[in-house]
Design a protein around this ligand. Structure first.
Ligand code: BEZ
Length: 221
């Protein structure tokens, strides 16, 4: 079955894009990367998503994340659509701040398991679902999400997730439900109390639960 799993090396594909032909790993360099796919150019939900992503470009850049979109149309269509997107986001004089991959033959969509069988184009061929892949500087897949074409994504949530991925890549912590940067984090279950005491100088607090097990350990970084 096509697709890619967490921890897999992300394919170093070559593709035509709105900034020319790229090799994906070279495009990423030492940065983190986010690749998000769209069902089709010149469609309403996709346009709102791309406009939102364009507006958040500085926030992704601040986190050292290179953005790239994908849709199953040609570079020429992508260029025309990009102008609509920037006009929709009231920045008509600026270019779209990230490239769009032209996957009109659906080579990557197939390879990465991105097709949505419920969304068919005029020729009866499936369109791409709304996939998100976050790739680490080691070129391994750190996160994937897959929405159907009929449900738009929340790009603020993607920034929040990237904050968690980048934090938990550095420290032996995990982020709890609805965590936001600055909130308390949880000590990983495989860290002993003795190690936690040395790793987290701000202290560790443990929430008591009926089982008496001491697994709900919080710290403030
Ligand atoms: C949209 O972007 O609006 C869309 C595209 C394909 C199927 C459904 C919605």
């Amino acid at each position: 079955m096509p697709g890619i799993l967490l921890g897999d090396k992300f394919p170093d594909f070559e593709a035509d894009t709105t900034i020319g032909r790229i090799k994906f790993h070279k495009f990423l360099g030492d940065s983190w990367g986010i690749l998000f796919s769209h069902p089709k150019d010149f469609t309403p939900v996709c346009t709102t998503e791309l406009a939102c992503a364009a507006g958040l470009g500085d926030k992704f850049a601040k986190r050292g994340v290179k953005m790239i979109a994908l849709s199953v149309d040609s570079v020429e269509d992508h260029r025309g659509w990009s102008k609509d997107v920037m006009a929709f986001s009231s920045q008509a004089s600026s270019p779209l701040p990230f490239p769009i991959i032209a996957d009109d033959k659906r080579v990557l969509a197939n390879q990465l398991g991105m097709l949505d069988p419920d969304e068919i184009d005029g020729d009866g061929i499936p369109l791409t679902a709304r996939c998100v892949f976050v790739i680490g500087p080691d070129k391994r897949l750190k996160l994937s999400i897959l929405y159907p074409a009929t449900t738009g994504r929340n790009f603020d949530e993607l920034l929040r997730v990237i904050d968690s991925l980048q934090l938990t890549a550095q420290k032996k912590v995990a982020t709890p439900v609805d965590w936001k940067p600055g909130d308390k984090v949880m000590v990983l279950p495989n860290v002993s109390d003795a190690e936690a005491a040395t790793l987290f100088p701000n202290g560790v607090t443990t929430k008591e639960v009926p089982s008496g097990k001491k697994y709900l350990r919080y710290t403030q970084l």
